[in-house]
Write a protein that binds this ligand. Sequence first.
Ligand code: FEO
Length: 170
Amino acid sequence: MISKKMENSLNQQLNRELYSSYLYLSMATYFENINLVGMSKWMRIQAEEEHIHSMKLFDFIHKIGGRVVLEQINKPQLDWESPKKAFQEALAHEEYITKNINELTDLAIEERDHSTRTFLQWYVDEQVEEEAVANEIVQKFNLIDDSKSGLYMLDQELGARIASPVTVAK
Ligand code: FEO
């Protein structure tokens, strides 16, 4: 049995994951528009992964007898000052999501809701990965500085990303 407070908090997180997907899709179109198709592909895959994150919550809320409530998704930014700025924002966004996941986990512990606590562990681990990957890309932007050939090579590298075979468990 899940508390109403926990159910509402999980629904809020579902909305945040949908927004994350929307934000990265917006970054994908930004990169497409400035002809950095590798970065666009990277962001598109990221957007798809965020959708999977939201659907994991969708399934879990149903499984525990809760009600999924879909709220309005905020409109994401359309353009960024530079490719590096977009990835810096992605990193800042992941740090924000980590903070939310930690708060949700604190609530599950406080309520002695062990099933939700166990469910959230996947997100705790995933956030370590999400932050590390975004940070690594920002560091690469720092290394190439203003080099156009460096930007070209980084675009090629990020375009090689392959979607991870994560499936939505029902
Ligand atoms: Fe769903 Fe990128 O965190």
